[in-house]
Ligand binder design. Structure first.
Ligand code: SAH
Length: 243
């Protein structure tokens, strides 16, 4: 497996911040996407925007693996906190991902990926551990913010009402956060056998205030945190290590 690392950002502000950490990146355009190939802390890195939603994210992940040869993948972004105590500014590291809007019942159980026999896809333990350490390190000096580790759920819907959150909590009580891409990238990585990790800054509580100050949060909190976390993971990962 290639040691090239794919880094997918959900938000343009995050990608811009990543590019500043890459001294030698060059641009390739494909599929309406801008893909940046270069180095970060001596690692071969390919960085791109996921685009919003599961289809866009799947295309990006597939391109990075099949066209750019990445052998491991990190995904950063923002998400709505839906688990108890998962607050704005906290960081959630995924151990598994699920598509909350996948429903091929009655042919398959609710949430199950048809043909796969599973509904949850596990992240790479090694990358997840590295992200957890990086998240702790990144939040280190700030007071009150926490790192959570567990289930992130994805669907093609910006969740922004208390009723929707309650419905998700009822059917997936261990879900910590909701977003729109992670489980799609997980499915691509599963199909290609590529280890991956997903980390999200909590931008909102997925309730009726979810849109408030969203862009400001991305610019001022989520992007610097994403850069710090990826940088910290790369600092501790050997460029020749294949996890
Ligand atoms: N409403 C925002 C952005 C919408 S897209 C705007 O006006 O710009 C939201 C992005 O953030 C997606 O990439 C998604 O993965 C993530 N996200 C953050 N909070 C979310 C929530 N409550 N529900 C779903 N996705 C969320």
């Amino acid at each position: 497996m290639s040691t090239r690392l794919g880094i997918i950002a959900a938000m343009p502000q995050e990608l811009q911040a990543f590019l500043q950490a890459m001294p030698d990146e060059h641009l390739q355009r494909i599929g309406g996407r801008e893909v940046w190939v270069g180095h970060w802390r001596g690692h071969e890195v390919v960085a791109a925007l996921s685009g919003i939603g599961k289809v866009a994210a799947s295309i990006t992940a597939t391109l990075l693996i099949a066209r750019f040869g990445v052998g491991r993948l990190l995904f950063t972004g923002v998400a709505g906190g839906i688990g108890p105590g998962v607050a704005v500014g906290d960081i959630v590291v995924a151990t598994e991902l699920l598509q909350h809007d996948m429903d091929a019942s009655p042919l398959f159980p609710r949430h199950e990926l048809p043909g796969r026999g599973i509904s949850r896809i596990a992240t790479s333990p090694a990358l997840t551990h590295a992200l957890q350490q990086a998240a702790q390190h990144t939040l280190g000096v700030t007071q009150g913010q926490r790192v959570h580790t567990g289930l992130i759920v994805s669907g093609d819907r910006f969740v922004s009402s208390r009723a929707e959150v309650q419905a998700l909590q009822a059917e997936l009580p261990d879900a910590l956060a909701v977003e729109m891409e992670g489980a799609a990238i997980a499915q691509v990585c599963l199909d290609f056998g590529v280890p991956f990790g997903v980390v999200r800054s909590i931008s909102d509580r997925a309730d009726d205030d979810a849109h408030v100050d969203f862009l400001q949060f991305v610019a001022e909190v989520a992007s610097p945190h994403a850069v710090a976390m990826v940088d910290s993971v790369l600092q501790h990962l050997s460029p020749t290590d294949t996890i």
